[in-house]
Design a protein around this ligand. Structure first.
Ligand code: SIN
Length: 510
């Protein structure tokens, strides 16, 4: 692997900040808002504030805040879903500190749904033995949270917001962060900082069918790998059981939130038979990995590309209010949820693995922090519990900010990148075609059910793609994305081949 993608034309503009945050989902915004106002901060996002996995999050945020619930019960459910591979200390922090972050969001005017008494409305999702998920505008939790946080960010004088900015690389000197390289095909700019927080989200675009937005090409993971950061648990990829099935869909998969099952939805095979009854004690609300595999088995048995989700016991009035986004999209696709079964199938949704961090979000590179889906704090283990992801974004981004508020490394030197002498090939290369090849390989060979022979074959093909890529000029965003996707996909395959036993979301049929 080469150290930098492209340093042929770097502009040392002199821009510098105490803290750089890459990614403006909930983790990035909340980190920025929790930083001391004395610290200058630059918040960068690949496209715009409304393009992120956080923005699309429907279900909600899990925390033990309802009567009769306790952080200990939330802890137990998180450990059970994670199949024993979780970091218990990290989960303890998550469940104990999380409720306070939810209350802070409420005081910051995130419009959580309230009942007639003005109390938070709380729903249930898979793997939770109690109702503990707060939500906003029914199924618009991520979008509404981001809107509220972005309004606050706009008022902060210490925060500079840079949309449409692509991260090419993290700049390091030895094991220390010195800043980042951003830019486009023709020019790269070096922004200096000794403290960089990666909140770049997931890498679902390495699969054909994902709920992730188009920007989720693993750019943070790729840059971290080139900088020498350690990744962990990369074999654990979460497939959400209920993506809306659309024949020949080429775009992002639309999610039918688990909260639909939390409000009584039942899975049925194409013969109309409810099939989760005897599969798990939590039935349709079993953890995601279990439900996804049961759905695949039904699809195979009935030779169908989907199963159904049945919520017809609820009225049109209830569903359009409780799930306005989902109700509207189903209607667009020709299904009235109050009358019709919804066709669904498992789709890639979340990466449990990521950049290994400690409980302060620190990585093995000094000054490099990671938070949210790009990070691996150990709270999810082999399978993430529903709606723990935004909670993790909140708790751990705040902890990073608090750490930096008391220990922010100052900039003292004017580091410049050593230029490599190597000339790269400028050949024509069909990036879009190669992206499809990669997605097909991962979808076929590193999905819900895996086996060694197929994964090894896929890895060999990706090694060949990598051999081509490392000799090419990688100056455009599109090539950089493919480069990142290729390396992230190889990491997933290597870890998945190494783990011979099935556990959580990693299921080996061999
Ligand atoms: C959902 O609404 O089902 C997704 C929530 C999550 O991914 O935690």
């Amino acid at each position: 692997m080469r150290r930098y993608l492209d340093i042929s034309n770097v502009n040392y503009s002199g821009k510098k900040f105490d803290v750089l945050i890459i990614g403006a989902g909930i983790a990035g915004l909340y980190a920025a808002l929790n930083l001391d106002a004395k610290l200058s901060c630059c918040l960068i996002t690949k496209e715009s504030i409304d393009i992120s996995s956080s923005w699309l999050a429907q279900g909600g945020i899990a925390a033990a805040i309802s009567e009769g619930d306790l952080p200990q019960y939330h802890f137990d459910d998180t450990i059970a879903a994670g199949a024993g591979l979780v970091n218990e200390e990290a989960v303890r922090i998550l469940v104990e500190e999380g409720p306070e972050d939810i209350m802070r969001l409420k005081s910051w005017e995130v419009p959580f749904d309230l009942d007639d008494e003005g109390e938070l409305m709380i729903t249930r999702e898979g793997g939770h033995r109690r109702r503990r998920i707060v939500h906003a505008h029914g199924d618009g939790t991520g979008r509404e949270t981001i809107k509220a946080l972005a309004r606050l960010v706009a008022e902060k004088e210490n925060i500079t917001f840079l949309p449409n900015t692509f991260l090419f690389d993290l700049v390091t000197k030895g094991q220390k962060v010195k800043g980042i390289l951003i830019g486009d095909k023709n020019k790269k700019e070096f922004i200096r900082s000794n403290n960089v927080i990666l909140c770049t989200g997931g890498s679902g675009q390495i699969y054909l069918h994902t709920t992730n937005p188009g920007i989720a090409t693993g750019d943070g993971l790729g840059a971290a790998l080139r900088a020498g950061a350690k990744l962990q648990d990369m074999e654990f990829v979460q497939f959400h059981p209920t993506g809306l099935y659309i024949e020949n869909n080429k775009g992002r998969s639309f999610l039918i939130s688990e909260a639909v099952r939390g409000e009584g939805g039942i899975l049925r095979n194409i013969r109309g038979e409810a099939f989760m009854e005897n599969k798990h004690e939590l039935k349709d609300l079993a953890p995601r990995d279990v439900v996804a595999r049961c759905i695949l088995a039904e699809m195979n048995n009935t030779k169908s590309k989907f199963v159904y989700l049945d919520i017809t016991k609820k009225s049109k009035e209830y569903l359009s209010k409780r799930f306005p986004t989902i109700y509207g999209e189903c209607l667009n696709q020709g299904y009235d949820m109050s009358k019709d079964y919804i066709p669904v199938c498992p789709v890639q949704h979340y990466m449990m693995g990521g950049i290994k961090t400690d409980l302060q979000g620190r990585t093995n590179i000094i000054g490099l922090f990671a938070c949210g889906e790009v990070a691996n704090t150990g709270v999810h283990g082999a399978n993430r519990l529903a709606s723990n992801s935004i909670l993790e974004c909140l708790v751990y981004s705040r902890r990073i900010a608090q750490y930096l508020n008391s220990d922010c490394r100052d900039l003292i030197d004017e580091y410049r990148i050593d230029k490599s002498k190597k000339e790269y090939e400028k050949d024509h290369f069909d990036v879009n075609k190669e992206k499809i090849i990669l997605k097909e390989l991962m979808t076929k060979n590193a999905g819900v059910v895996r086996n060694r022979a197929n994964m090894e074959k896929a890895l060999i093909k990706l090694e060949k793609m990598k051999d081509k890529l490392i000799n090419l000029t990688i100056s455009s965003k599109e090539r950089a994305e493919l480069y990142n996707m290729c390396f992230v996909a190889m990491e997933i395959l290597k870890s998945a081949i190494k783990r011979k036993k099935s556990i959580g979301a990693h299921y080996r049929e061999d």
